[in-house]
Design a binder for this molecule. Structure first.
Ligand code: PMP
Length: 304
């Protein structure tokens, strides 16, 4: 359990950070949020927050989609998150969850002219899925919510009911997770992760117009693959059967980090083990997030 939260514009004991059953966000899903990781580097005796400012900016961008107004800039949110972690005095890996939510206690569904509030909490956190070295996934029978219905580009709380349908359906069928298609039948992403495939030695991911969340890990992987592994990368539409024929496949995101997918709909990917490119990217990613690669230290904000 965390000890503190940022709530109603101040730091309070976590027990005091409570919203009403009448809150608009609770009734209609009108909140936006972020998931951010902090990595404890024992050798440095330091907690590093990965790409903090990009997450704060994306939180505000999601808020803009929901016509939210709060009196905090992205840099203010960075500062509040650092202050919260200092108060918690965490010396372990953590997951940080800021939210902006519509706080009015009224009946009536809309976006405009409502009161928006910022809240932040952080919890110790390990793995998001157990089998990061080789997950077995299916293609979901659910489709991703569309930009014209409930835009996945915004990290909107209500939109995650779609992710919940996808994840439960997959797990109750015995898979670890699922890949989801668009309304038009092309691949979108994972239940709550972006997707990469290796085909013909190229690293390929779905475009930002495929109803994906524009992932910060996705951007990180694209940059590391080009700059450090010298790989050719492509952002293009992916068909379902390309997944079955891929040499390698992985899901990526703040929570899942880089998780190899070794089967899709019972088709074995590659030789059924984590592939060489995925392995290299994964090893590099863990060194980068732990502030062990000088060139990318700027992505890691020290808390202490
Ligand atoms: N897609 C969805 C739907 C997600 O919820 C997430 C997790 N935030 C991602 C992709 C990955 O995004 P990021 O790398 O920024 O965590």
């Amino acid at each position: 359990m965390p000890t503190f939260a940022f709530f109603n514009d101040q730091f309070v004991p976590i027990e005091q950070a409570k919203v009403s059953v009448m809150a608009h966000a609770f009734n209609y899903g009108t909140a936006v949020f972020e998931g951010i990781r902090g990595y404890w580097n024992a050798a440095h005796e330091q907690l590093y927050i990965f790409r903090l400012h990009e997450h704060s900016e994306r939180l505000l961008q999601s808020g803009r989609l929901l016509q939210m107004k709060i009196p905090y800039t992205a840099s203010d949110i960075d500062g509040l998150i650092i202050e919260l972690l200092r108060r918690e005095d965490y010396r372990t890996n953590v997951y940080i969850r800021p939210l902006i939510y519509k706080a009015d206690e009224i009946i009536g569904v809309r976006l405009h002219d409502l009161q928006d509030k910022l809240t932040i909490f952080a919890v110790p956190f390990g793995r998001y899925i157990e089998k990061e070295e080789g997950a077995s996934v299916c293609v979901s029978s659910w489709r991703r919510n569309d930009d014209n219905a409930l835009p996945p580009r915004g990290k909107v709380s209500g939109g995650y009911v779609n992710s919940a349908f996808i994840k439960s359906d997959a797990q109750l069928k015995g898979f670890d997770d699922a890949i989801v298609l668009n309304q038009d039948g092309h691949v979108s992403e994972g239940s709550a992760q972006n997707l990469f495939m290796v085909r013909g030695g190229k690293l390929i991911t779905t475009p930002i117009t495929a109803n994906i969340l524009e992932g910060i890990t996705r951007a990180t992987v694209l940059e590391l693959a080009r700059a450090e592994l010298g790989l050719e990368t492509q952002e293009r539409e992916i068909d379902r059967t390309e997944l079955y024929l891929a040499e390698e496949l992985f899901l990526c995101g703040t929570g899942v980090q880089i998780a190899a997918v070794t089967s899709v709909d019972h088709y074995r990917i590659g030789d059924g083990k984590i592939g060489p490119i995925t392995q290299q990217l994964r090893d590099l990613y863990f060194r980068v997030v732990n502030a062990e690669v000088e060139k990318y230290r700027g992505w890691c904000t020290p808390v202490y």
